[in-house]
Design a protein around this ligand. Structure first.
Ligand code: NAD
Ligand code: ZN
Ligand code: ZN
Length: 359
């Protein structure tokens, strides 16, 4: 039997647009035989959490525990869980995956047909079911949705695999069909854009151009593998990008902001036959200049991360081939959740990238 204290836990609860509370709530319980309960050791905050807090994601209802990134220790396992045990330290993916449905079999976990949260939507934590910014979390379809943390990989490194690294690599680099020798431009140098920059080298990009309206961020991007930095608040930004190519534009233009203006920027720097990979989450329609683009044989891709490259990225981190610690700008204790949110929410002033929150 759990003691009275363990019946409740602390969690960051969404209270409606602009409102949140770090408060005591009932601890999660196993609901299905495929669930595990995880005690959170490390969590972090994503730009999407800020969107939710602003009220931009109406699917998130009042009372929802936020957060979709985490590393923790398993404290309870469901009856059918065979490959995980109490005490295992695991990385939680931001995307659920039942491992059995037709989309999961294609590696399209983002559209898992499992009923947890909603059929066909992979992102459920901190969105459609309670999330990871808490002392404990219930993890559905655990055997296919968590990854054991190998020896030598820290919780801080592991939590960067919950979302940003697979997102940058899958939706930016892979969907952009990056090839050896390509010139890749990445618009937006937040954590996700920097994850694109860090992983574009894996497919042999010859130049990686970081573009952002914040000159500090594009200079910082060099530490993540950018070869060139362009301040897009300057009128000649496009001419500067074109001058870094053969004159026809970049092979791959990645949008990692989520605004009509930045999507438009990507379509204006891509070469004929090139790729525009949209990673940003958009809240408004964008104008697609098909009348100009059709004759340039442009491919445009977009998507929600599948997290099916997590095991590969984890191997690279374990072998010291991806120095992901440089994403971390601040550390907080779990009890300082509200301070962590405040720091992350004022990133332009505080220079926050990923804020690591530890139990
Ligand atoms: P962020 O807000 O931390 O960074 C965005 C960057 O864009 C900032 O550096 C900002 O200075 C820059 N920027 C803003 N307006 C600009 C403009 N007009 N011109 C040039 N630069 C501009 O965001 P992030 O956490 O790095 O996430 C980036 C995007 O990726 C967000 O839209 C996020 O929701 C999305 N995302 C998508 C997925 C997916 O599965 N597709 C997953 C996670 C995050
Ligand atoms: Zn996220
Ligand atoms: Zn599935």
């Amino acid at each position: 039997m759990k003691s009275k204290m363990e019946e409740t836990m602390l969690a960051l609860v969404y209270k409606g647009p602009g409102e949140k509370a770090w408060e005591r709530v009932p601890s999660p319980k196993l609901q299905h035989p495929t669930d595990v309960i995880v005690r959170i050791d490390t969590t972090t905050i994503c730009g999407s959490d800020l969107h939710i807090l602003k009220g931009d994601v109406p699917a998130v209802k009042k009372g929802r525990i936020l957060g979709h990134e985490g590393v923790g220790t398993i404290t309870e396992v469901g009856a059918s869980v065979a490959t995980l045990a109490v005490g295992d330290k695991v990385i939680l993916s931001c995307i659920k995956s039942c491992g059995r449905c037709s989309f999961c079999k294609l590696g399209l976990f983002a559209h898992c047909l499992g009923e947890e949260g909603a059929v066909g939507i992979g992102w459920v934590f901190g969105h459609l079911i309670d999330g990871t910014q808490a002392e404990y979390v219930r993890v559905p379809y655990a055997e296919n949705s968590v990854y054991k943390l190998p020896k030598g990989v820290t919780s801080q490194q592991g939590v960067l695999l919950s979302d940003i690294l697979p997102t940058g690599f899958e939706i930016g680099v892979q969907y952009g069909q990056t090839k050896p020798g390509d010139v890749v431009a990445v618009i937006g140098a937040g954590p996700v854009g920097l994850a694109v920059i860090m992983t574009a080298g894996l497919y042999g990009a010859s130049k990686i151009i970081s573009i952002d309206q914040d000159p500090h961020r594009v200079e910082e991007a060099r530490k993540f593998g950018a070869t060139d930095s362009i301040d897009s608040s300057k009128a000649d930004w496009r001419a500067k990008v074109m001058a870094l190519t053969d004159g026809w534009g970049v092979d791959v233009a990645v949008e990692a902001v989520g605004l009509p203006a930045t999507f438009e920027m990507a379509t204006r720097i891509v070469r004929p036959g090139g790729h525009v990979a949209n990673v940003g989450v958009h809240g408004k329609p964008v104008e697609l200049r098909l009348q100009d683009l059709w004759i340039h044989n442009i491919t445009i891709s977009m998507g929600l991360v599948n997290t099916n490259t997590t095991p590969m990225l984890l191997r690279l981190i374990a072998e010291g081939r991806l120095d992901v610690d440089k994403f971390v700008s601040h550390h907080f204790k779990l009890d300082d959740m509200l301070a962590a949110n405040d720091t992350y929410g004022r990133a332009a002033e505080t220079k926050a990238l990923k804020v690591i929150i530890e139990a």
